[in-house]
Design a protein around this ligand. Structure first.
Ligand SMILES: *Cc1c(COP(=O)(O)O)cnc(C)c1O
Length: 368
């Protein structure tokens, strides 16, 4: 059967491997599996959120509140905005999908960093748009400028900090760049890990209200999947001027968020202590990964997120390292498909990380 021609160019997104698969394929005991592949919060769901979900379970025969009043209200307070500046999605992924489909067709151009969040390209190609990437793996604004001058762009993606590499541009540099961008170009500032970056370094912090008021062509994306520990609930949001939000709403399916997801996100926002505690621990544990990499003689990218990218240069082949770890029950992300010889490890809990170091030592030894 013939489908849209542009789909020939679309790759299927490859998610982190689920625990069940490792049990089935490698016969590893469930309790010995450590999954540090999808940048989930390793400290689990806040108990307050779990309690709320249980309480609401009996109401599942009803559709959710499609106005999403309560969650928008809570986000409006958090960001000091109005509800009309907010759209909620099934993950911030869905907001990306709305934005790209609202803006692009086969004549459009999308500008992004070479190694960045895979969905920018996937949604882009669904519309038939042309993808333009910088030469450097990490965000390099000089290269963005050059390519923008040469080609223009309908959408520019800035992942701040960047997944899967972990680096983050300085906010000042970003603002300088935004001043040079046409008001007709939509700039997507993906803040999936902003909570982590803002904690680690003030210079990387993006004030969503400030950026969208100074630059009416910017949409800021946030998610509950990472710091807020709700990956399984699929809730994200876009913050932008009312015009942008109104247009994205035209692509939104009815009831795109479940009742439980809405309630979980509202509850998670009330438990900021849980979030800040996990962020603090994240960076304590990240330090151990940095020390580990230093003592074992390979490089890493200084990270402003809840993961760290270890680069093997020509010492090891990342696909082999990832596969050997998997057989031993440790699920991490190999970055071969992104064109880099590196692995990305989500920073786990203390005891998980200790185990990762032990097993990684074994694996590297066996590959020598
Ligand atoms: C995880 C992630 C998202 C979106 O996650 P959702 O679960 O769809 O909210 C968006 N951008 C980046 C860079 C991410 O890492």
């Amino acid at each position: 059967m013939q489908f849209k021609k542009v789909l020939d160019e679309v790759k299927i997104y490859e998610a982190g491997k689920p625990i069940e698969l490792v049990v089935r394929e490698y016969g590893v005991d469930v309790k010995d599996i450590i999954k540090l592949a999808s940048n989930e919060n390793p400290y689990g769901t806040s108990p307050k959120v779990t309690a709320k979900i249980q309480e609401l379970a009996k109401n599942m025969f009803m559709y959710p509140d499609d106005s999403m009043f309560e969650l928008k209200d809570a986000l409006a307070k958090k960001f000091d905005m109005e509800s009309s500046n907010i759209i909620i999605g099934s993950g911030s992924d869905q907001i990306l999908e709305f934005a790209i489909h609202a803006k692009c067709d086969e004549n459009s151009k999308l500008l992004m960093s070479k190694t960045t969040f895979a969905m920018y390209e996937i949604y882009g190609k669904q519309t038939g748009a042309t993808i333009i990437k910088t030469e450097d793996d990490q965000h390099n604004l000089e290269q963005f400028r050059k390519l923008y001058k040469e080609n223009g762009a309908d959408i520019i993606f800035l992942c701040l900090p960047n997944n899967p590499l972990g680096e983050c541009l300085d906010t000042k540099e970003v603002y300088k760049f935004l001043e040079e961008v046409s008001p007709e170009t939509l700039v997507i500032v993906d803040g999936a890990y902003q909570e982590f970056a803002a904690f680690k370094d003030e210079n990387k912090k993006i004030d969503a209200k400030d950026i969208i008021s100074k630059f009416p062509n910017v949409i800021y994306l946030g998610t509950f999947s990472k710091a807020y520990a709700l990956g399984g609930m699929r809730v994200g949001y876009g913050l932008a001027n009312k015009e942008i939000i109104k247009n994205l709403y035209k692509l939104r399916p009815p009831f795109n968020i479940t009742t439980l997801s809405l309630a979980a996100a509202i509850e998670a926002l009330k438990d900021e202590d849980f979030v800040s505690e996990t962020i603090k621990r994240n960076f304590e544990e990240m330090k151990r990964y940095e020390d580990y990499a230093k003592t074992r003689g390979f490089s890493y990218i200084p990270s402003y997120t809840n993961f760290i990218t270890l680069k093997f240069d020509d010492k090891y082949i990342s696909a082999e390292v990832a596969q050997s770890l998997l057989k031993r029950g440790i699920i991490i992300r190999d970055l071969t498909s992104y064109g880099v010889n590196a692995i990305r490890i989500t920073i786990g809990r203390k005891e998980q990380n200790t185990r990762v170091f032990e097993v990684l030592d074994e694996v590297l030894e066996s590959l020598n």
